[in-house]
Design a protein around this ligand. Sequence first.
Ligand SMILES: Nc1ncnc2c1ncn2[C@@H]1O[C@H](COP(=O)(O)OP(=O)(O)OP(=O)(O)O)[C@@H](O)[C@H]1O
Ligand SMILES: [Mg+2]
Length: 443
Amino acid sequence: MAYGQFEQFIRNMSRVMGTVNTRLQRDLTLRTRVARRFSMVETAQLLAVDTTYLTRISAEDPAFPEGERRGRERTFSPSEVMLIRAIIGSNPAAKRPYLHWRRPGEPVKVVTFGAQKGGTGKSLSAAHFAQYVNLHYGLRVGVIDADPQATVSLYFADETLPLFDAETPTLADFMGVDDPGAQDISEPSGEDLDRIWHNTPWPGIRLIPGGANIQNGDISLFFMSRQSGVPVYRVLKDAIARWSAACPPRTSTDYIRGDNGVFDLDAYQRALHETVDVIVIDQQPSLTLMQLNGLVAADSVVIPQTMKGFDLATLSTYVSNIGEYLEFIMGFESDIEIGGGAHMVLPTIVQEQNDQDTDQILDLYRKAPRDVLQVWYSRSDAIANAAEEYKSIYEYLPPKTRRASAKAFMTNANAVNDALVQRIWPDLPPRDYAKTFIEERWS
Ligand SMILES: Nc1ncnc2c1ncn2[C@@H]1O[C@H](COP(=O)(O)OP(=O)(O)OP(=O)(O)O)[C@@H](O)[C@H]1O
Ligand SMILES: [Mg+2]
């Protein structure tokens, strides 16, 4: 038979792969997840306060974490940074907010990272964005991995998470479309949906991991779309609405201190895990029905995009295909609310040494100043090294020889994320990272 050889090849490889250890580097990373610590100066910078102020609070408030002391240096884990933020932010004498959690009644924000082209930095941009708003604003983040490759999951998972296990629920389960044979969407309750999120080692960041059964979602949705009247494009939007109605923000910042003004560690822990302030979706490079759901559910869409000519051609097919889908959806349901927030193209892996990439950005920006960010991700060796260990630049501990390039890339990531935050949450206090980047590049 014509497929005989291929079948044998597949069988053979399946057997071999069953005996190969694919886990070595992964296991090391998962065991040491978020080993990164922040010095007093770095912590003060994340909180946008003076180091002297931070030192004073550390002496005054008994809830202030000890951190780790080595010689004269005192360092804090991301969880301790969050705790410090909560201590300062809940202080009745605080002059401004530090913990920018959404208040009771405010809707959860959904930000989707998607593009047609593979390898443009979608997953890394999504991971950096989630970690940046967590570290700089204390936001609780739900990361949804919409990619069967599960790349962004690898940036958040620790060893407690059974990644690549057929039993681990994915986005398809969250949407109730995990069974291709089913006639209808299963519509899990808000409480069931809440159980699908996994805690991660990042404080207040939760994850719905990616995995192969996301493809079942596509098959399911396809069959359901053959029946008339099933709005297969808004299944995720509806699931998020059900989850968010069951798990709203209940605690406002002042409730994490008792009437006596003492910081209440239990109340803080409960509040940290009661909901999320923003959902970040990392898409696979395509426009399947599952990915369409990620776009329709979004308040804001970020398109990380490389600037080479052929790559930009994928951007034009991507946006024109989305346009056609939207037209179809509007015809189906004219009053649906889609994408009420800001949307933007984020140039990525930009080679600044030659002018081609930057000229391309300039040209795009001139034509569409609201839609194209002035801040971009430059190509960096440091991140390639970090990515080998499945670590973001906020987590990566570079060897001595790479410290300078890692620091430069962190500055770059801060600038990108500061620009994204300003567009997505115009009310949050900006940092000057984006401004500095623009002054340096655009003057
Ligand atoms: N600024 C950068 N400089 C150098 N390498 C980068 C940069 N950004 C991303 N990369 C590398 O490019 C590769 C793809 O990145 P990433 O996984 O984030 O892209 P993606 O768009 O999510 O890919 P996919 O389409 O497969 O989902 C990774 O190996 C990453 O390390
Ligand atoms: Mg990806």
